[in-house]
Design a protein around this ligand. Structure first.
Ligand code: IPD
Ligand code: CA
Ligand code: CA
Length: 262
């Protein structure tokens, strides 16, 4: 997974030098894609499909499936075997504007359970990873969520519901409440990296109302393996699916969830 992310990352970095020649296609209002998203996904797909996967001691290769934002967004999660969940370029709008904060995100489910995640920040080179039960790392070093318990000192990440404007009124009420009670809010523009920033303690918490499976698959595991919580707005463990995410250290997650629900 790290090899696939690195290869796609090199491709994206090369293309970042010729932004003015890129053609933006509009998937829906404010949602763009270019040949870079599509090309990066092709690289990840080819590398992940390169070798059959076997469980230790089992001859039969595992069934393998891929949900990729650009090529196979509607693919089903397999209840047995491996499902790769890939966002080839998270932060496309940042990328297209030369704003240096975008990533390749790859999650892996085995029999429907998240087992591994990799998020590579292509602009900075920072690489986050986690395996189920094996902890979370940044550039190979273990990471933990923040130890701050005071909301008044907290830095909270968020994402705006720019593709789901019907959620804007609710979001703005939440935004006002969190702004009043914390040290600050940041909207960096790549949800996979927002979750990694929770995992390594830069953000005390994060919330966004509408995310997709490929935005969160890797980041959910990275947060949890770093000692954090990542749930829906009812406080249930968030699945790899479309929906809202509330993440944070255990203390800040509880506080943030309570404020958002209120
Ligand atoms: C988007 C980014 C953004 C978030 C959006 C996502 P994309 O992903 O993660 O931060 O607010 O909801 O769709 O389209 O750049 O891959
Ligand atoms: Ca994304
Ligand atoms: Ca994307």
């Amino acid at each position: 997974m790290e090899h696939a992310a690195a290869s796609a990352g090199r491709f994206i970095r090369d293309r970042s030098r010729e932004l003015s020649s890129l053609v933006w296609e509009t998937k829906s209002p404010a949602d763009f894609v270019s040949e870079v998203d599509v090309g990066a996904e092709r690289i990840v797909r080819e590398l992940l499909a390169g070798e059959p996967l076997r469980l230790h001691g089992v001859d039969e290769p595992l069934p393998v499936h891929m949900i990729g934002e650009e090529g196979t967004p509607d693919a089903e999660q397999l209840s047995d075997g491996v499902t790769w969940v890939v966002d080839p370029l998270d932060g496309t709008t940042n990328f297209l504007h030369g704003y240096p904060w975008y990533a390749v995100s790859i999650g892996a489910l085995l029999d429907g359970v998240l087992v591994a995640g990799v998020v590579l920040n292509v602009a900075t080179g920072e690489s986050f990873a986690a395996t189920a039960g094996g902890g979370a790392t940044r550039d190979g070093m273990p990471i933990r969520v923040s130890t701050n318990t005071e909301p008044s000192r907290a830095l909270i990440g968020t994402g705006f519901p720019f593709k789901n404007i019907d959620r804007l009124d609710l979001y703005l009420r939440q935004f006002a409440a969190i702004t009043r009670r914390t040290a600050g809010i940041r909207r960096a523009g790549a949800a996979a990296l927002d979750l990694c920033d929770v995992a390594c303690g830069r953000f005390d918490g994060f919330w966004e109302l509408t995310l997709a499976p490929w935005d969160v698959a890797a980041g959910l595991l990275i947060v949890r393996e770093a000692g954090g919580l990542a749930t829906d707005l009812d406080g249930r463990d968030a699945p790899v699916a479309f929906g809202p995410i509330v993440a944070g250290s255990p203390a800040m997650h509880g506080w943030l969830l309570g404020e958002l629900r209120a």
